[in-house]
Design a protein. Structure first.
Length: 271
């Protein structure tokens, strides 16, 4: 019998998840159907209940429902607990396991496909919202030399420092505090590119050989890429690989099979 999975969000028509998971299923020979579900802003729980009643086995969760999914989960992985948000649900009888695969996707893309070792590196994360929070624990598990969080609202950055300080060397502050510092890996976890802006980064923050990684992908990534290259970044990548890698992590949670992300990324690039 074909197992049912889906992505749920509002809006949802733009989601690449159905295509990604269809390709995963074909690649691995898994018998599943994957669809997109639109839910009203106040209709998440009702939509999930309907999906489970129809035999649904698991959900990817996108904006604005990651906090709703966190509350709905009857048990959660450590990375979901620390992120404070759930982007993957796995259903088993009466239970609902909540996970957050964003950070695992970022780490897999960086260390696997892109061949960048995080261990011992100085890492800067721009932004202190949900995107940054979701990747902090998996990044720290890679044992970087340090992780610095920079944000326009300094208290939000300090809140992340307090939360994740027990897992490694974490510092925080505003962008002006970065002057005179340099980093081996700079991660843009802000949504500023969507508005045509960039955070006020001081010049010279990219160390020799530095990697600039943008969680945004597609045309919105161009401004950050241009800035990073002009300021000395040796390598730059957008977040398409992270998108596919976090989906692969969800697929593994559900099916116990880890698909190869490279051909899917290449397929999405071409299209």
């Amino acid at each position: 019998m074909t197992d049912l999975y889906a992505v749920i969000g509002s809006p949802i028509a733009h989601s690449k998840s159905p295509r990604i998971h269809a390709e995963f299923a074909q690649q691995t020979g898994e018998d599943l159907c994957y669809e997109a579900i639109f839910a009203a802003r106040d209709g998440f729980a009702e939509a999930v209940a309907k999906f489970r009643a129809a035999g649904g086995r698991g959900l990817n969760v996108t904006v604005p429902f990651k906090l709703d999914a966190f509350a709905l989960a009857t048990e959660r992985t450590e990375r979901a607990e620390q992120a404070g948000a759930v982007n993957t649900l796995k259903f088993d009888d009466a239970s609902a396991l909540g996970d957050n695969t964003d950070g695992a996707g970022l780490v897999a893309d960086l260390t696997g496909r892109l061949g960048f070792a995080i261990r011992g590196k100085r890492v800067l994360i721009m932004g202190a919202g949900g995107a940054a929070r979701g990747v902090m624990l998996p990044l720290l598990r890679q044992q970087p030399a340090s992780v610095t969080i920079a944000n326009r609202t300094i208290e939000r950055a300090r809140a992340l420092e307090r939360r994740f300080g027990p897992f490694g060397l974490v510092t925080s502050g505003g962008y002006a505090k970065l002057a005179g510092s340099s980093f081996d890996l700079v991660i843009n976890a802000t949504s500023a590119a969507l508005t045509g802006e960039l955070p006020p980064l001081p010049s010279g923050i990219f160390a020799p050989g530095a990697f600039a990684y943008d969680m945004i992908y597609g045309a919105d990534h161009a401004r950050f890429e241009a800035h990073a290259r002009s300021d000395g970044a040796a390598r730059v990548s957008d977040g398409l690989g992270m998108l596919v890698a976090q989906a692969a992590e969800s697929f593994f949670l559900w099916r116990g099979v880890r698909p190869d992300t490279r051909p899917i990324i290449e397929l999405l690039r071409r299209s």
